[in-house]
Design a protein around this ligand. Sequence first.
Ligand SMILES: Cc1cc2nc3c(=O)[nH]c(=O)nc-3n(C[C@H](O)[C@H](O)[C@H](O)COP(=O)(O)O)c2cc1C
Length: 190
Amino acid sequence: MNTLEAIAGRRSIRKFKDTTVSDEMIETILKAAVQAPSGKNCQPWRFVVVKEDHRAEMVRVMREGIDRLAEMDIDLGSSRWTANVMEQAPVTIFVFNAHGKHTPNTPHWEDETDVVDVQSIGAAIQNMLLAALDLGLGSLWICDVFYAYDGLCAWLGQEHQMIAAVSFGYPDEQPGLRPRKPLSEVTTWL
Ligand SMILES: Cc1cc2nc3c(=O)[nH]c(=O)nc-3n(C[C@H](O)[C@H](O)[C@H](O)COP(=O)(O)O)c2cc1C
Protein backbone atom coordinates (compact mmCIF):
# COMPACT_ATOMS: atom_id res chain seq x y z
CA MET A 1 0.00 0.00 0.00
CA ASN A 2 1.56 3.32 -0.97
CA THR A 3 0.97 6.49 0.98
CA LEU A 4 -1.72 7.96 -1.28
CA GLU A 5 -3.60 4.65 -1.31
CA ALA A 6 -3.47 4.54 2.48
CA ILE A 7 -4.74 8.10 2.78
CA ALA A 8 -7.56 7.37 0.32
CA GLY A 9 -8.43 4.01 1.89
CA ARG A 10 -8.64 5.04 5.54
CA ARG A 11 -12.08 5.15 7.10
CA SER A 12 -13.39 5.79 10.59
CA ILE A 13 -14.32 2.37 11.93
CA ARG A 14 -17.07 2.05 14.50
CA LYS A 15 -17.50 -1.73 14.61
CA PHE A 16 -14.62 -3.86 15.80
CA LYS A 17 -14.10 -7.61 16.07
CA ASP A 18 -13.59 -9.06 19.51
CA THR A 19 -9.96 -9.89 18.70
CA THR A 20 -7.01 -8.75 20.77
CA VAL A 21 -4.51 -6.36 19.20
CA SER A 22 -0.95 -7.38 20.03
CA ASP A 23 1.39 -5.15 22.03
CA GLU A 24 3.77 -5.22 19.04
CA MET A 25 1.09 -3.68 16.85
CA ILE A 26 0.34 -1.03 19.46
CA GLU A 27 4.06 -0.21 19.62
CA THR A 28 4.24 0.06 15.83
CA ILE A 29 1.34 2.54 15.93
CA LEU A 30 3.01 4.57 18.67
CA LYS A 31 6.33 4.57 16.81
CA ALA A 32 4.50 5.95 13.76
CA ALA A 33 2.96 8.64 15.99
CA VAL A 34 6.28 9.92 17.29
CA GLN A 35 7.73 10.14 13.78
CA ALA A 36 5.32 12.99 13.03
CA PRO A 37 6.72 16.47 12.62
CA SER A 38 6.30 18.84 15.55
CA GLY A 39 6.84 22.56 16.02
CA LYS A 40 10.54 23.08 16.94
CA ASN A 41 10.63 19.29 17.29
CA CYS A 42 9.26 19.70 20.80
CA GLN A 43 7.23 16.48 20.56
CA PRO A 44 4.41 17.55 22.87
CA TRP A 45 2.49 14.28 22.57
CA ARG A 46 2.00 11.89 25.43
CA PHE A 47 0.05 8.63 25.24
CA VAL A 48 -1.82 6.41 27.64
CA VAL A 49 -2.73 2.96 26.31
CA VAL A 50 -5.91 1.37 27.63
CA LYS A 51 -6.27 -2.30 26.79
CA GLU A 52 -9.15 -4.71 27.16
CA ASP A 53 -8.60 -5.40 30.85
CA HIS A 54 -9.29 -1.72 31.69
CA ARG A 55 -11.82 -1.05 28.94
CA ALA A 56 -14.98 -1.54 31.00
CA GLU A 57 -13.71 0.87 33.64
CA MET A 58 -12.79 3.45 30.97
CA VAL A 59 -16.27 3.28 29.45
CA ARG A 60 -17.85 3.49 32.91
CA VAL A 61 -15.92 6.73 33.59
CA MET A 62 -16.84 8.08 30.15
CA ARG A 63 -20.55 7.33 30.71
CA GLU A 64 -20.46 8.87 34.18
CA GLY A 65 -19.19 12.11 32.66
CA ILE A 66 -21.85 12.03 29.96
CA ASP A 67 -24.59 11.31 32.53
CA ARG A 68 -23.45 14.27 34.59
CA LEU A 69 -23.84 16.56 31.58
CA ALA A 70 -27.23 14.99 30.79
CA GLU A 71 -28.45 16.01 34.24
CA MET A 72 -27.53 19.59 33.33
CA ASP A 73 -29.53 19.32 30.09
CA ILE A 74 -26.39 19.78 27.99
CA ASP A 75 -26.54 18.53 24.41
CA LEU A 76 -24.65 15.23 24.38
CA GLY A 77 -23.98 15.11 20.64
CA SER A 78 -22.73 11.71 19.55
CA SER A 79 -21.03 10.97 22.88
CA ARG A 80 -23.18 8.01 23.97
CA TRP A 81 -22.77 6.41 20.58
CA THR A 82 -19.00 6.93 20.75
CA ALA A 83 -18.89 5.35 24.22
CA ASN A 84 -20.51 2.26 22.70
CA VAL A 85 -17.79 2.15 20.05
CA MET A 86 -15.08 2.49 22.69
CA GLU A 87 -16.69 -0.38 24.56
CA GLN A 88 -16.06 -2.66 21.58
CA ALA A 89 -12.60 -1.48 20.59
CA PRO A 90 -9.76 -3.56 21.98
CA VAL A 91 -7.47 -0.55 22.28
CA THR A 92 -7.99 3.13 22.92
CA ILE A 93 -5.03 5.47 23.04
CA PHE A 94 -5.54 8.81 24.74
CA VAL A 95 -3.39 11.59 23.42
CA PHE A 96 -2.28 14.49 25.57
CA ASN A 97 -0.49 17.77 25.09
CA ALA A 98 2.33 17.82 27.61
CA HIS A 99 2.58 21.59 27.29
CA GLY A 100 -1.09 22.48 27.44
CA LYS A 101 -2.59 23.51 30.71
CA HIS A 102 -5.28 21.35 32.26
CA THR A 103 -8.11 23.24 33.85
CA PRO A 104 -11.34 21.79 35.20
CA ASN A 105 -14.20 21.15 32.80
CA THR A 106 -12.78 22.59 29.63
CA PRO A 107 -9.52 22.24 27.80
CA HIS A 108 -7.77 25.56 28.13
CA TRP A 109 -5.94 27.21 25.27
CA GLU A 110 -3.17 28.93 27.14
CA ASP A 111 -1.56 30.79 24.24
CA GLU A 112 -0.61 30.37 20.62
CA THR A 113 2.00 27.69 21.41
CA ASP A 114 -0.99 25.49 22.21
CA VAL A 115 -2.13 25.87 18.63
CA VAL A 116 1.28 24.75 17.36
CA ASP A 117 1.36 21.81 19.74
CA VAL A 118 -2.13 20.74 18.79
CA GLN A 119 -1.18 20.75 15.11
CA SER A 120 1.83 18.56 15.92
CA ILE A 121 -0.37 16.19 17.88
CA GLY A 122 -2.89 16.08 15.02
CA ALA A 123 -0.09 14.96 12.71
CA ALA A 124 0.88 12.26 15.20
CA ILE A 125 -2.70 11.03 15.39
CA GLN A 126 -3.02 10.87 11.61
CA ASN A 127 0.20 8.81 11.51
CA MET A 128 -1.40 6.45 14.01
CA LEU A 129 -4.48 6.00 11.83
CA LEU A 130 -2.39 5.29 8.73
CA ALA A 131 -0.07 2.91 10.59
CA ALA A 132 -3.11 1.02 11.89
CA LEU A 133 -4.47 0.72 8.36
CA ASP A 134 -1.15 -0.68 7.17
CA LEU A 135 -1.38 -3.31 9.95
CA GLY A 136 -4.91 -4.31 8.91
CA LEU A 137 -6.50 -2.49 11.85
CA GLY A 138 -9.35 -0.02 11.88
CA SER A 139 -9.35 3.14 13.95
CA LEU A 140 -11.61 5.88 15.24
CA TRP A 141 -10.31 9.33 16.19
CA ILE A 142 -12.44 10.46 19.15
CA CYS A 143 -13.03 13.90 20.63
CA ASP A 144 -16.25 12.91 22.39
CA VAL A 145 -13.96 12.12 25.33
CA PHE A 146 -14.32 15.83 26.09
CA TYR A 147 -17.80 15.02 27.41
CA ALA A 148 -16.04 13.27 30.29
CA TYR A 149 -12.89 15.40 30.33
CA ASP A 150 -12.25 15.67 34.06
CA GLY A 151 -13.31 12.15 34.93
CA LEU A 152 -11.15 10.55 32.24
CA CYS A 153 -8.09 12.69 33.07
CA ALA A 154 -8.44 11.79 36.75
CA TRP A 155 -8.96 8.10 36.02
CA LEU A 156 -5.95 8.06 33.68
CA GLY A 157 -3.88 9.89 36.31
CA GLN A 158 -3.04 12.65 33.82
CA GLU A 159 -2.64 16.33 34.48
CA HIS A 160 -1.73 17.10 30.89
CA GLN A 161 -4.28 18.56 28.51
CA MET A 162 -6.24 15.78 26.86
CA ILE A 163 -6.46 16.24 23.10
CA ALA A 164 -8.23 13.12 21.86
CA ALA A 165 -8.50 9.37 22.09
CA VAL A 166 -8.14 6.87 19.27
CA SER A 167 -9.76 3.45 19.36
CA PHE A 168 -8.21 0.59 17.40
CA GLY A 169 -9.20 -2.95 16.55
CA TYR A 170 -9.77 -5.36 13.72
CA PRO A 171 -12.55 -3.79 11.62
CA ASP A 172 -15.93 -5.48 11.54
CA GLU A 173 -17.34 -3.17 8.88
CA GLN A 174 -16.19 -1.75 5.57
CA PRO A 175 -17.70 1.70 5.25
CA GLY A 176 -17.47 3.55 1.97
CA LEU A 177 -15.94 6.95 1.47
CA ARG A 178 -17.73 9.60 3.49
CA PRO A 179 -18.57 12.67 1.46
CA ARG A 180 -15.98 15.37 1.04
CA LYS A 181 -16.51 18.93 -0.06
CA PRO A 182 -15.10 19.51 -3.54
CA LEU A 183 -11.65 21.08 -3.64
CA SER A 184 -13.15 24.05 -5.44
CA GLU A 185 -15.22 24.80 -2.33
CA VAL A 186 -12.36 24.61 0.15
CA THR A 187 -9.44 25.96 -1.88
CA THR A 188 -8.52 29.34 -3.23
CA TRP A 189 -5.79 29.46 -5.84
CA LEU A 190 -4.10 32.82 -6.31
C1 LIG B 1 -10.75 15.71 15.54
C2 LIG B 1 -11.74 14.59 15.26
C3 LIG B 1 -12.63 14.20 16.24
C4 LIG B 1 -13.52 13.14 16.00
N1 LIG B 1 -14.33 12.71 17.04
C5 LIG B 1 -15.16 11.68 16.82
C6 LIG B 1 -15.95 11.16 17.87
O1 LIG B 1 -15.85 11.60 19.01
N2 LIG B 1 -16.80 10.13 17.61
C7 LIG B 1 -16.91 9.58 16.35
O2 LIG B 1 -17.70 8.66 16.16
N3 LIG B 1 -16.15 10.04 15.32
C8 LIG B 1 -15.28 11.05 15.54
N4 LIG B 1 -14.47 11.49 14.52
C9 LIG B 1 -14.53 10.85 13.19
C10 LIG B 1 -15.25 11.71 12.14
O3 LIG B 1 -16.63 11.65 12.36
C11 LIG B 1 -14.89 11.17 10.73
O4 LIG B 1 -13.50 11.34 10.54
C12 LIG B 1 -15.64 11.91 9.61
O5 LIG B 1 -17.02 11.67 9.70
C13 LIG B 1 -15.17 11.46 8.21
O6 LIG B 1 -15.26 10.04 8.08
P1 LIG B 1 -13.97 9.18 7.71
O7 LIG B 1 -13.00 9.29 8.86
O8 LIG B 1 -14.45 7.75 7.54
O9 LIG B 1 -13.39 9.73 6.45
C14 LIG B 1 -13.55 12.51 14.74
C15 LIG B 1 -12.63 12.91 13.75
C16 LIG B 1 -11.72 13.92 14.02
C17 LIG B 1 -10.69 14.29 12.97
